[in-house]
Structure formats: C-alpha cells, structure tokens
Write a protein that binds this ligand. Structure first.
Ligand SMILES: [Zn+2]
Length: 273
C-alpha cells in the first residue's frame, strides 16, 4: 500500500506537471492569458485567433452556474442559430453531474471556465481550501472536456487581492463582468433583454445564467439580445480561451485511469499542507 501510494503520488505529480496546474513553466498555458479582455481594457480586440483588425465592436456573453442538462443545451441552441460564441463559467460539481453538457459547450467552440467547485464564497476560504477547490474543479473539467480553465469567476463576484493572488498562482485570472442581466431575480425575459441591450458598450462582459435555477427567461431573452446586438454591428468574442491539453490523448488516458476522487485529490492535499 505504501509502495503503490508512492507510485500514485509520483504519477500525480507527473500529471500535474504535464497539465500545467501548478506554476507556469510547462508551456501548456503560454499565450492563453493574452487572449482575455479585461473590462478595464474595453477597446482591446482580443489578440490571438480572433481577427485583430476587426473594426466591429466586441461584446462577451458569459453564462454562469451551469452546466445544466436542460438550459445549457437550450442556450447553446440559440447561440448556434446565430453562429455566436460565448463563455461559460461552470460549477465543478455541476460538471461532475452533467459532463455531457460540459462537453457540448467545448465541442461547439465556446470557452469553458471555472466558477469554483460548489459556488462557495471564496473570500471565506483559507489558502488550502481555495487551492483544493480550484484543483478539484480543474480535475473535473479535465475528466469531462479534456480542457482546463484559465480564468476564474468567483461566485457572487466575491473576490479580494488574496483570492486574486492565489488564483494567479494556479494560473487562473479572475474575471468579473460589467453588465448584468439580473436574470436570477424575478425580472421578465423582456426586462433581461432590455437591461442588457441598454447597458452594453464596446468590450462589455455580459453576465447571464444557464444554471442555478429555471432559466427559460434567460433563453428567451437571448433570442432578443443577440439579434439586437448584431443589428448594432457587435461581434461576439470569447473570453479566456480554455486551455486544451497539448499532450492528449496520453495524459487523458492517464488521468481517466484513476478513480475520480483518487490521486489528484490526494496530491492536492499533500501539496498545500
Ligand atoms: Zn454563480
């Protein structure tokens, strides 16, 4: 048992090194952060794969609290019907429950990012709790989608310099929003749409939800929001491109071979003690 434990730990270290979960250096995440467009730089047209010299204003649709087995596919259907891309900040435990929906997000070309493991208030966490939460979510994303997040949206937008520092140490950039559809309130679909359309400016990051409750109104609002913004000549950008595994399939085969709450969790615990 002790011998196999050592092997497991060594394997987990190798996996972590390959996945780039730890401090940068593996080269896996290089370049991906350059693609994020913080709210503070609204004119940045997102270098990288997006057309750099595209003169059209950009807007970023983001969806939190999923994936959800019903509403995520509905959101994806609306996005696909308009050939629009978006960013999904997913809850790790929901990815565990609904991996197919998480996979669909990635397969359809959207960005999947971290919204923490169980929607906890991260500012209340110790460093150890924070690292465990982040790594557990990254591991679940790996299982489901073979990608990792490069950005973190803290639940409730509750962040601090401490949270941002810890996130950066794990290769994650904190991303918030500047336009909220307030779709978690009892506002109507029309109300959600009006709020968003009225408040969007070039470079805006729009907060909507595809999970965490009934989201039919959000889906209906999206049918209004997207055509209205296209009419204003907006293009829809991807925030924080996900970090695909450059070393798959070998690493994925390795990772999938372990029990779900196995070596990784054990390694994370060792690492932060
Ligand atoms: Zn949330």
């Amino acid at each position: 048992m002790i011998g196999s434990g050592n092997i497991l730990a060594a394997g987990a270290v190798a996996l972590v090194a390959l996945l780039g979960v730890g401090p940068p250096g593996g080269g896996v995440s290089a370049g991906f952060h350059a693609d994020r467009v913080p709210v503070s730089h609204p004119e940045d047209p997102a270098p990288g794969p997006d057309p750099v010299e595209n003169p059209r204003p950009v807007v970023y649709l983001t969806f939190d609290d999923g994936p959800h087995p019903v509403y995520t596919p509905q959101v994806l259907e609306v996005l696909a019907s308009h050939e629009v891309k978006a960013t999904f900040f997913v809850v790790g435990d929901m990815v565990r429950r609904w991996p197919e929906a998480a996979r669909q997000i990635v397969e359809e070309g959207h960005s999947i990012q971290s919204h923490a493991w169980n929607h906890d208030t991260l500012t209340a966490f110790s460093r150890k709790e924070f690292i465990r939460d982040m790594n557990r979510t990254q591991t679940e994303l790996l299982y489901a989608t073979k990608t990792q997040a490069t950005c973190l949206r803290p639940p409730y937008g509750a962040t601090s310099s401490r949270v941002e520092k810890w996130a950066n140490e794990l290769g994650l950039t904190v991303e918030l929003w500047d336009v909220s559809g307030s779709d978690w309130t009892d506002i109507s679909a029309g109300g959600i749409a009006r709020r968003v359309i009225r408040r969007v400016a070039p470079g805006s990051v729009v907060l909507l939800h595809d999970g965490g409750g009934p989201r039919s109104r959000t889906v209906s609002a999206l049918e209004v929001i997207i055509p209205a913004l296209l009419e204003e000549d907006y293009r829809f950008g991807l925030l924080c491109r996900p970090n695909p595994l450059s070393v798959e399939p070998a690493v994925c085969a390795f990772a999938l071979a372990w029990p779900r709450v196995g070596t990784c969790d054990r390694y994370w615990q060792q690492e932060v003690q």
